[in-house]
Design a protein around this ligand. Structure first.
Ligand code: UDX
Length: 435
């Protein structure tokens, strides 16, 4: 099938590359000529493991191409996906749908026949209705249906998540559109990936409810981690002990510095806005958002406390800046709040991140960016692990301890055990256990 993907951002690019890998013919459209030029030259606009090879393979096979010309790309398409950004609207936190509606109008102008239009962008309940209205008003002679098909991929694991999804959600109002979606996802469907067919509004809500639930799960274990510290329990044992209950599940129970990224922070707030609009408060999600915000700020204080009060003129090394490993994404990263509170206290900062330093640089003031983890540890009064990159999991702790001015390791991701750290003479402050 010929598929047109509007938007070559994270979701659009990964989905487009994966659909082409299934054998579909995919054109990715983006307004940014720089991005399209880079993609045509084989350079990826984002860091995502495996994406460059997947794109190169399918471009070479003639199944994947890039363009800035929406009208050409839309002609004769079997399905048109809208995968443009829905950032937080400045000032009120509602999802900003400007790009979605703009894409809808442009698609309407270029359609050449009956077409299924699929929103893959994360959009509030009712957006599909509005997109359909826009297109029908402009092209009343055509048969058009707007389908909701949210994407659940995680950054850093995007290709695996897309190709082996826990489920595919399709919100549609007609059998015609459902058949088109079955054909598009046929390879996954044959591979036993469950397809959930539902109404468009339910599908739109599924995406927000899933993200809000996961954000709440993380926030729950983070608060339990605080309680563990107070009562003398170990959060990792508590996570394992509760996660083995199938009704709870082990995933997303790692205590840490709070969730960040491009989805959880923005989607939880946008869901609260929808709830407000419909006068149906979601108090649990409200608490999640508040607790997570204050947790990110508290992580800086935790490092300062571990250093014992008077910290002016001292230096802290940070390992990891991105909101999670295997990405260069800095959006709402806990490191940003940590850096702010350390700088407010008059502490100098050195930092190292395997992929995120270029993106981080303009966001973090006069933090000194260094070339590896050992440089970040040299002559500092505390070293804090902020993001759990694999490269930080097997550091030479003896070397680190010897090079620090004060041997203190604050592990905000619990990737070491107290015994191995303390053995080399480092004082260890993990998350969620009495230190
Ligand atoms: C998330 C959803 O997982 C995905 O389904 C959706 O499509 C987009 O949003 P992503 O933001 O890429 O994906 O990353 P994810 O791996 O979910 O992590 C989000 C944040 O939660 C990160 O800051 C991570 O460090 C944090 N996290 C995750 C924890 O603190 N503990 C955990 O146990 C899991």
């Amino acid at each position: 099938m010929k598929i047109t993907m509007i938007g070559a951002g994270y979701v659009g690019l990964v989905s487009g590359a994966c659909f082409s890998d299934f054998g579909h013919s995919v054109v990715c459209v983006d307004k940014d000529p720089g991005k399209i030029e880079a993609l045509e030259a084989g350079r990826m606009p984002i860091f995502e493991p495996g994406l460059d090879a997947l794109v190169a393979k399918n471009v070479a096979a003639g199944r994947l191409s890039f363009t800035t010309e929406l009208a050409d790309a839309v002609r004769d398409a079997g399905a048109i996906f809208i995968a443009v950004g829905t950032p937080s609207r400045r000032g009120d936190g509602h999802a900003d749908l400007t790009y979605v509606y703009e894409a809808a109008r442009e698609i309407a102008g270029a359609l050449t026949g009956d077409t299924v239009i699929v929103t893959k962008s994360t959009v509030p309940v009712g957006t599909g209705d509005r997109v359909e209205e826009i297109i029908r008003e402009l092209r009343p002679e055509l048969r058009v249906e707007v389908v909701s098909n949210p994407e659940f991929l995680r950054e850093g694991a995007a290709i695996g998540d897309f190709k082996r999804p826990d489920r595919i959600v399709v919100g549609s109002e007609s059998e015609w559109a459902r058949d088109v979606m079955r054909e598009i996802y046929r390879p996954l469907y044959l591979n036993q990936a469950p397809m959930v067919f539902t109404s468009r509004r339910s599908s739109e809500l599924i995406k927000y409810a899933a993200n809000a639930f996961l954000a709440t799960k993380i926030t729950f274990i983070n608060e339990i981690a605080d309680l563990c510290e107070a009562v003398g329990a170990e959060v990792q044992d508590v996570s394992r002990g509760i996660g083995l209950d199938n009704r709870i599940g082990a995933k997303f129970l790692h205590a840490g510095p709070g969730y960040g990224g491009s989805c959880f922070p923005k989607d939880t707030v946008a869901l609260l806005k929808t709830a407000e609009d419909y006068a149906t408060p979601l108090r649990i999600v409200e608490a999640t958002v508040q607790v997570n915000d204050s947790r990110k700020r508290a992580m800086g204080r935790r490092i300062l406390q571990a250093m014992g009060g008077d910290v002016r003129g001292r230096t802290v090394g940070l390992l990891g800046l991105t909101f999670k490993p295997n990405t260069d994404d800095m959006r709402d990263a806990p490191s940003l709040a940590i850096i702010r509170s350390l700088q407010d206290a008059g502490v100098s900062i050195k930092a190292y991140d395997p992929e995120g330093m270029e993106v981080a640089r303009p966001l973090i003031g006069d933090v000194e960016l260094v070339g590896d983890a050992y440089e970040a540890a040299r002559d500092v009064d505390a070293l804090a692990i902020v993001t759990e990159w694999d490269a930080f999991r097997a550091l030479d702790l003896t070397r680190i301890a010897a090079s620090m001015r004060t041997p203190l390791l604050v592990d905000l991701r619990n990737i070491y055990s107290p015994s191995e750290v303390e053995r080399v003479g480092l004082c260890y402050v993990p998350v969620g256990s009495p230190s």
